[in-house]
Design a binder for this molecule. Structure first.
Ligand code: ZN
Length: 400
């Protein structure tokens, strides 16, 4: 038997409590026996950990699993009303905010359109604070706010929430994390855990935890917006590079003779498959969604634009397949809507990837539909709680 010092035993207990709550948050209610099998701990230890989480108000035990036949056994479930997060998806033309509880239940959401030309960091901050205030008014009585998660279409230093470069918003070196923390602290007295991340990284996280990638260890998520961001998960871990700025697949140069990109380079992938390209070629003045709908309805110009974007989509995907050997590539944003119309063209191009890698990949749409980034922002906001549940709840209780 291995014995450790008090502190390593405390650390171990904290880790096991965290694993158990994460399991319940991500995969939903479970019998104690499932938790014993999942953690590899003995029954009485699991019992103690469950009691500690129940004392903190985070989980409860109720009789019977849904659909269960025979003698009912107790199931442990996360209490959605106990801990909540505010998730915010800042897009180029709109901002979406939602209030979600432990286990992922959505209590409230709102979509707010804005004009990209006027969406300065100051205006965005005002929106974020006012929407957070509105969200918290809808929070269940007694719920503890444990985090605010924000997704931004740009290059973000995840450690401090500095938006280094968001070309399609026209932002550079915006300390969004610090701005939100200090604004929330002056609004509410204390600031919760605030996380700012790249939108595609969050999309990848959400599809890996709750979407089409739950059974895949190697996944790439593409955010299909004005720009094309890439979130890459390899061996179950995010692959973000030395400074956290990797995965900017939209700026892969695929067409050196092509159009100039907002980043300053020429012929980036997003100049061929981004929303603006689709609109410019398929129906100026329309939204990308409308061009795709027109193409589906048989409009010749829209159809040609969608087919062309589909071909370029496949060309870039073939490169990603060769580079990363993913099991699944998930297409978000307008690419999700486009895929059914261009599946043939996409796979024709992907077929140019090396056989060993292309045989293992599937190109899919997000299970979370248009909400991958939003749900990913919520997951990132829950990180503080999931890393150390009891301390976070105790700290928040003493702060309020
Ligand atoms: Zn570029």
């Amino acid at each position: 038997m291995v014995t450790g010092t008090a502190s390593t035993q405390d650390d171990l207990r904290r880790l096991n409590r965290a694993r158990l709550l994460r399991r319940l948050h991500e995969a939903g209610p479970a019998r104690r026996s499932d938790l014993v099998a999942f953690t590899g701990l003995n029954r009485s230890t699991v019992g103690v950990l469950v009691s500690e989480l129940a004392d903190a108000g985070l989980v409860c035990e109720v009789a019977g699993m849904p659909g269960q036949v025979g003698r009912p056994s107790l199931r442990v479930e996360p209490i959605a009303e106990s801990a909540v997060v505010v998730a915010i998806d800042v897009q180029v033309d709109s901002t979406v905010i939602a209030l979600l509880g432990l286990g992922g239940r959505e209590f409230w959401r709102r979509d707010l359109e804005h004009s990209r030309a006027d969406y300065t960091p100051k205006v965005a901050l005002k929106d974020i604070v006012s929407l957070t205030r509105q969200a918290l008014r809808r929070a269940p009585a007694g719920a503890v706010l444990v985090g605010v998660g924000i997704g931004v279409p740009g290059v973000v230093d995840h450690a401090d929430g500095l938006v280094r470069f968001a070309p399609n918003l026209g932002w550079s070196d915006v300390p969004l994390g610090d701005m939100v923390r200090s604004a929330l602290a002056s609004e509410f007295g204390s600031a919760p855990y605030v996380s700012v991340s790249n939108d595609a990284d969050l999309g990848a996280l959400a599809e890996h935890v709750r979407g089409v990638g739950v059974d895949s260890r190697n996944l790439i998520y593409l955010s299909g917006e004005v720009g094309i961001g890439g979130g890459i998960i390899m061996n179950d871990r995010p692959m973000v590079g030395a400074g956290g700025f990797g995965g900017e697949v939209g700026h892969m140069v695929v067409d050196p003779d092509g159009a100039q990109c907002r980043c300053g380079a020429t012929g980036c992938w997003e100049t061929r498959i981004g929303r603006d390209a689709l609109v410019r070629n398929g129906g100026p003045g329309l939204a990308a969604e409308d061009v795709i709908a027109a193409a589906a309805a048989g409009d010749a110009r829209a159809r040609e634009a969608v087919d062309e974007a589909g071909r370029w989509l496949g060309i870039g995907l073939a490169n990603l397949v060769n580079l990363f050997n993913p099991e699944v590539i998930v297409l978000g944003g307008h690419l999700r809507l486009m895929l059914p119309l261009v599946t043939g063209a996409v796979y024709r191009e992907v077929h140019h990837a090396l056989p060993a890698a292309r045989e293992q990949v599937r190109v899919d749409v997000p299970a979370l539909k248009g909400d991958s980034t939003l749900i990913g922002a919520a997951e990132a906001a829950f990180e503080g709680l999931l890393a150390d549940p009891i301390s976070v709840i105790a700290d928040q209780a003493s702060a309020s």
